[in-house]
Write a protein that binds this ligand. Sequence first.
Ligand SMILES: C[S@@+](CC[C@H](N)C(=O)[O-])C[C@H]1O[C@@H](n2cnc3c(N)ncnc32)[C@H](O)[C@@H]1O
Length: 208
Amino acid sequence: MLDRTRTLWEKQDGAVGDRRPLYTAVAEAVEAATVLYPGSYVDLAPSWSWPSVTYVDVDRRANQFFSDLDGVRALLAERESGAANHEVRFVHADYQEPLALPDEAFDLVISLYAGFVSEHCTRYLRVGGHLLVNSSHGDAAMASIDDRYRLAGVIEARNQRFRVVTDDLDRFLVPKRPVEITRASLHQSGRGVAYTRSPFAYLFERVA
Ligand SMILES: C[S@@+](CC[C@H](N)C(=O)[O-])C[C@H]1O[C@@H](n2cnc3c(N)ncnc32)[C@H](O)[C@@H]1O
């Protein structure tokens, strides 16, 4: 493994904390085999939960990281030997441009802190598949006004423990102040909407 592969992973893991409990909770809640992660940087943690993950990022260091496939496999094996056999693909590209990936090929799309992934990458998600999205860059709000989605659950976090809640979902995505949420307003602010409740993330199902 190249030194920089481990260094990049340790920095990522240290910065965001262990994401495996998050992805484990999602993997238990929705059936998925193929995952697309636009704006992944070097967040490798989904590959411990799913057998096939396609990572997408424009960043040069992310490209270097995933180019060291032996190193990536070694990192996966360190925490779970079986994960080293999982399919790990990387696309070095701007997800806002058409990607060389088939439409509706993925069961799950991950959108965390990486802009309006849902706007550009829903085409790759199969109908019936799910979007895991947080609100920080406004993408949860973007999904909430997208007719192709319905809210299927929220992910609540406490002390690094994650649980998927699927009942009384009307409690969520309620703005603190009455505001009209449109694609234009979200693009203009580039931020999430302030909601009365702030779960860690949301799960939307693609319905159309
Ligand atoms: C703040 S990091 C978040 C990384 C990871 N999702 C996480 O939660 O740790 C945002 C990443 O999204 C990538 N990104 C932002 N816009 C992008 C785009 N249009 N196409 C591809 N990658 C993008 C950046 O290069 C960066 O690596």
